[in-house]
Design a protein around this ligand. Structure first.
Ligand code: BEZ
Ligand code: FE
Length: 293
């Protein structure tokens, strides 16, 4: 749509006045963030010729996000996730560095203070699912093994639910462990299965309105930290999962897609544990980038 020169001048004058209102901001970074935001929002309104009714609906949507948010549910993070804003922020803040393992979205289900397990221990805590043996190493970008690196892991059960989504206060399918003196780790978890993000609120209704699925590709979360290294927040995904191309939070990266090899019932396990049915195994070697200030 074309607008008259007079109309264009009015719109630009308004933008300039708003931008100038930040001239006296004592914090230069805050001024930069606010001026950039105002520029982009005004450009958007002018480009799509936003109607007052549409803006009213948007305010209603954001108000709904506020109302459903509490200390267990964070609708604004979900909104950021489904718009790819979380992944874009992660991309900007986790620049490629040698062979450093790629980062992906944190998600809302990490809990501080997970149970500690020894190397080879079981983080499933009784969660339903096919047992999965996960093993690998943690090293720096020069290939030096990192001994004593802290690995936090968490995942959903085979119903697609995290422990915190049950009302019984259980702790399951989460834990932490440390690498050994050669940077190695291993644990038992459950083979990841797909699940939907919480979609009974405004963000779920938005996804439905635009014809998008709320499903996430099957994955297992990791957060790995070591002094002097950039903390790595990532997941591994299951090769062959049909949701890899349509993960609703855009979290999938090819380098994070791994072979979860299913083992027939009766196959001996790496640590001699007896398992009656099938089990799977996966290897994930992680490389941490140096922390840069
Ligand atoms: C998750 O992987 O746990 C998750 C990530 C983003 C939104 C919802 C859930
Ligand atoms: Fe998850």
């Amino acid at each position: 749509m074309t607008v008259s020169a007079e109309q264009q001048a009015r719109e630009e004058q308004l933008l300039e006045r708003v931008v100038r209102s930040f001239d006296a901001c004592p914090d230069p970074r805050l001024a930069e963030l606010m001026v950039g935001l105002v520029h982009h929002v005004h450009d958007y309104i002018r480009e799509v010729r936003l109607t007052e009714q549409e803006w009213g609906k948007a305010i209603g949507f954001l108000t709904g996000c506020g109302h459903i948010t509490d200390d267990r549910r964070q609708e604004f993070i979900l909104l950021s996730d489904v718009l790819g804003v979380s992944m874009q922020t992660i991309a900007v803040n986790n620049e490629a560095d040698g062979d450093a393992t790629e980062a992906t979205v944190f998600g809302p289900f990490f809990v501080e203070g997970s149970p500690e397990v020894p190397i080879g221990g079981d983080i499933s805590g009784g969660a339903a699912g096919e047992p999965c043996w996960v093993e690998g190493t943690v090293s720096d970008i020069d290939g030096k093994p990192l001994a004593g690196a802290l690995i936090e892991v968490w995942e959903a059960d085979d119903e697609g639910r995290y422990d915190v989504q049950y009302d019984d206060g259980r702790t399951a399918a989460r834990g932490h462990l440390h690498t050994d003196d050669q940077g190695r780790y291993a644990f038992w978890g459950v083979t990841p299965t797909p699940y939907p993000i919480p979609h009974d609120g405004p963000v779920g209704r938005l996804l439905a309105a635009v014809g998008r699925s709320p499903m996430r590709a099957s994955h297992l979360h990791f957060m790995v930290s070591y002094p002097g290294c950039r903390t790595l927040v990532t997941h591994i995904f299951v090769r062959g999962d049909e949701l890899l191309d349509s993960d609703t939070v855009f979290g999938v990266k090819e380098s994070l897609v791994k072979d979860f090899e299913q083992q027939p019932a009766g196959t001996p396990t790496p640590d001699g544990r007896r398992i009656d049915g099938t089990w799977s195994k996966v290897r994930f070697d992680m490389v941490l980038a140096p922390a840069r200030t």
